[in-house]
Design a protein around this ligand. Structure first.
Ligand SMILES: C[S@@+](CC[C@H](N)C(=O)[O-])C[C@H]1O[C@@H](n2cnc3c(N)ncnc32)[C@H](O)[C@@H]1O
Length: 417
């Protein structure tokens, strides 16, 4: 029985590369979920605790050190070259006995491949860990953020285990001992940390579609048609759009025939380094009334999740409303949507992360509906994509000119929620 299960799994493992290339994404993710469930079923609780407490932190430490030692750079592309421990330690300028220990731990976790005695080759993961955004993500979560996680229990003691709600006085400020200062203000003063954070966001977005791509938000139908008639009009304002340069890519995707400006509104340190290729960048503050009136769309991507307090979200939304032209302007929200039941770890881990960094919170569909309706918006549609974990929510002023739109208008879009 046991050996039969082993041979069946070995056969499946031999097929894994083909499955990765050929399976639809949803099936691929389901297969990963099933292998995780299999591990949970097979593993004894003591083994699980041992893995959590010893293996995972040690693995993360090994990756962090290997980046610093240039191990992944030296190993190069997948299977490109074999390197001995001595060679890797030499280029790391570190003690070979020390480096050997971490190389073994990396190999034990599949991050690099042990191909001979004290000899290693790269894997897809180790080769990818040469990308700047992946390195930034590892450094941010290890160097800048580990200490925040350690302090969460004692921080929660100080607020009697209420849900953290103050963006300027949460676990991050507690760990860094700097009350009344938002993470974003701190980034303005610490450009290294801000860049590592920006890289981490790029890592998170890697391999995921842009919201305007096929089978997601139908931007031509929803924004371009009936939208700007001249190049002076504004098609879209991305409020707190970050520094990934998405608007430049959107401009190219829309093509020259589509009219209307694209505007990034951000904090000064982000505007200062924006390339403004195909879009404009201007300093903006979502705590102030929106200065650009009558845009076709005002977008908030991963902004409302910075706030667990609905009152704070309402403050931001109410600052946009006076700028909106009823019956024309739209609000676009791109966020994770936590399902009411069986939320996957990709969503729950981000929920925990925004709590630590910003006292934020990911929301369920009904939480979004209640929030938006409480300030006078109606939801005109929600769009998801099979390869993304975000949804795009389109809303308009409930008391504006009624286009007769309703969520049923989008019937026929299979991915619509
Ligand atoms: C969670 S990040 C989201 C970035 C981007 N929208 C995305 O989805 O990748 C929040 C962004 O809001 C910006 N930000 C913070 N406070 C702001 C404010 N008061 N007004 C405008 N932007 C702000 C930050 O600089 C940061 O880039």
């Amino acid at each position: 029985m046991g050996s039969d299960a082993i041979s069946r799994l070995k056969a499946l493992l031999a097929e894994a590369r083909d499955l990765r290339e050929t399976l639809p994404n949803a099936d691929r993710l389901q297969l990963i979920g099933l292998t995780e469930a299999l591990q949970h079923e097979l593993e004894r609780p003591d083994e699980a605790v041992f893995r959590l407490t010893f293996n995972q932190p040690g693995h993360y430490l090994a990756i962090r050190l290997a980046i610093q030692w240039g191990v992944f750079e030296a190993l190069g592309d997948v299977g490109e070259s074999k390197k001995t421990t001595t060679q890797l330690a030499e280029s790391a300028q570190a003690d070979p006995r020390l480096v050997a220990r971490f190389l073994r731990h990396l190999a034990a976790n599949g991050t690099i491949r042990e191909v001979d005695l004290d000899t290693y080759q790269s894997t897809r993961l180790s080769a990818s860990l040469r990308q700047k955004s992946f390195k930034d993500a590892i450094h941010f979560m290890f160097d800048d953020f580990y200490n925040v996680g350690w302090k969460v229990p004692s921080f929660l003691d100080t607020i009697s285990h209420r849900n953290p709600a103050e963006i300027e006085n949460g676990p991050f400020q507690y760990a860094y001992n700097m009350p009344n200062k938002s993470l974003y203000t701190y980034f303005g003063e610490n450009s290294g940390m801000a860049q590592r954070f920006g890289g981490m966001i790029q890592m998170y977005n890697a391999g995921k579609p842009f919201f305007w791509e096929d089978d997601w938000f139908p931007i031509k139908e929803r924004l371009v048609e009936g939208g700007p008639k001249s190049d002076e009009d504004v098609l879209l304002i991305d409020i707190g759009g970050g520094d990934a340069g998405d608007l430049g890519i959107l401009r190219k995707a829309l093509g020259p025939e589509v009219k209307g400006r694209l505007i990034l509104q951000e904090l000064k340190h982000i505007v200062d380094r924006a390339d403004q290729d195909g879009y404009e960048a201007q300093v903006g503050d979502w705590y102030e009334e929106q200065p650009v009136k009558g845009a076709r769309a005002y977008m908030l991507q991963h902004i409302l999740h910075d706030y667990s307090s609905d009152d704070e979200c309402r403050r931001i939304l109410k600052n946009i409303i006076p700028a909106m032209t009823p019956g024309y302007s739209k609000l676009l929200i791109k966020e994770l949507l936590i399902p009411d039941r069986n939320a996957p770890w990709a969503l729950t881990s981000l929920d925990v992360n925004v709590m630590q960094s910003l006292s934020g919170q990911e929301r369920t569909e009904s939480q979004f509906r209640n929030l938006l309706e409480s300030v006078g918006f109606k939801i005109d549609g929600m769009w998801s994509h099979k390869d993304a974990i975000d949804v795009v929510i389109e809303a308009s002023l409930a008391k504006g000119i009624d286009f007769g739109l309703s969520t049923s208008l989008n019937a026929g879009n299979d991915d619509q929620l």
